[in-house]
Each structure stands twice: as structure tokens, then as C-alpha cells.
Design a protein around this ligand. Structure first.
Ligand SMILES: Cc1cc2nc3c(=O)[nH]c(=O)nc-3n(C[C@H](O)[C@H](O)[C@H](O)COP(=O)(O)O)c2cc1C
Length: 185
């Protein structure tokens, strides 16, 4: 049994929901999983975990700056343990952009950091127009209009492929076992 830390960066809670699903999968496989937000992560004793996983959503083209800060401050630590990163964004709803190698945000992110996670994933996120403030709603509707997505302001749609999340949970459960701990590039 491994003790696994899942750190999430979320604005509207969807990345946390994905982490909760990963937690369920890994706990069912007998691991001990702890969830913490990237804001609370500096207070967590990273040394007490066997594996570390970081998940972050995209907002206006970027992961939150706290994600970069966490990586910068803890890179040496991360590199000493089996580790993984995943990104959540709605561009990943497009089949040609839903893999780590083909998702532009994840690829850009990997060029910006020097940490090379051992495992990577990208998940399509959620659109919840009624939840957004006026300007965010208008901006996302505009982006959706340009990219041929839903623009009805009442739309709530979860693009996440939960089977893909479950598969990632299974991969994380094996992270660091013989032959599975190589930088994913
Ligand atoms: C204000 C706002 C800006 C967003 N910007 C982008 C973006 O630039 N590219 C993208 O693919 N998705 C974008 N999204 C979609 C989010 O990544 C998606 O809703 C995700 O599920 C949010 O996860 P979270 O609830 O964990 O923050 C945006 C969403 C909002 C509300």
C-alpha cells in the first residue's frame, strides 16, 4: 500500500471532483490517498508521502500561478518520488487535443517548467454558464462560438471522459512500480 498525495488547483471545483474520483479508484486498489489544494500544499509534509500527483485547470490559457510556485519550490522533492501531473481544460473536449502530446496547454506548460512528470494526463473540463459571472460567461461563450462549442447561457455540460479518469487512477496506483517510473516528456 502506498501513501499518495493529490494536490489540486481549481476555480470552480471540477479538478477537485476529478481528484475525488482518482482517490476513489486508488483507495479501492488499497492505497491511502490524501487530497489538498495547491493553496494549502505548502503546509503539508511532502516527505511523508510515497507519491505526489498535481492536477490543475486552465483559465484564460494558463494554469494558476500557484501551480508554478509549488513546482519551483518543491521540484527537488517531486523528483525524488514517483510523480504525475494532469491538466483540465475544455479544449481537450476535441479528440485531436485530448492527449498529453496533442493538448496545446499541457505542451506549453511542459516547456515552461523544468520538472518532467513521470505520468501525464489531460482531461476535458466542464462548462457551467449559470455559475459564471457576467464577463466570464460572455468570454467563454465567445470562445465556444469560435471553437464550435455550446453557447446557450443556460448550458451546463461535463465534457470529462470519466473512464479516462478511472484509467489514469489505475496508472497512478502503479506509479513507481518496476518499469513505470520514467519521465513522460
Ligand atoms: C473564466 C474561465 C476561463 C477559462 N479559460 C479556458 C481556456 O482558456 N481554455 C480552455 O480550454 N478552457 C478554459 N476554461 C474551461 C475550464 O478549464 C474548465 O471549465 C474546467 O473544468 C475548470 O476546472 P476547475 O473548476 O477545476 O477550475 C475556462 C473556464 C472559465 C470559467
Amino acid at each position: 500500500m502506498a501513501s499518495i498525495l493529490l494536490i489540486y488547483s481549481t476555480t470552480d471545483g471540477h479538478t477537485l471532483e476529478i481528484c475525488e474520483r482518482l482517490q476513489q479508484v486508488m483507495e479501492r486498489l488499497g492505497h491511502q490517498v490524501t487530497l489538498t489544494s495547491v493553496e494549502d500544499a505548502p503546509g503539508v509534509d511532502l516527505a511523508s508521502f510515497d507519491r505526489i500527483v498535481l492536477g490543475a485547470s486552465i483559465r484564460y490559457g494558463k494554469h494558476h500561478k500557484k501551480v508554478y510556485e509549488f513546482i519551483e519550490r518543491n521540484q527537488a522533492f517531486l523528483e525524488r518520488k514517483p510523480n504525475a501531473f494532469f491538466s483540465v481544460n475544455v479544449v481537450a473536449r476535441k479528440p485531436e487535443k485530448n492527449r498529453p502530446e496533442t493538448n496545446p496547454y499541457l505542451q506549453k506548460f511542459l516547456r515552461q517548467i523544468s520538472w518532467q512528470p513521470h505520468e501525464l494526463a489531460v482531461f476535458a473540463g466542464k462548462i457551467d454558464y449559470p455559475r459564471y459571472g457576467f464577463w466570464d460567461r460572455q468570454m467563454i461563450r465567445l470562445i465556444m462560438w469560435i471553437t464550435k462549442g455550446p453557447t446557450d447561457p443556460q448550458t451546463v455540460i461535463d465534457f470529462t471522459d470519466w473512464d479516462q479518469v478511472d484509467d489514469f487512477g489505475h496508472r497512478l496506483a502503479k506509479l513507481g512500480e518496476k518499469g513505470s517510473c520514467q519521465p513522460a516528456g
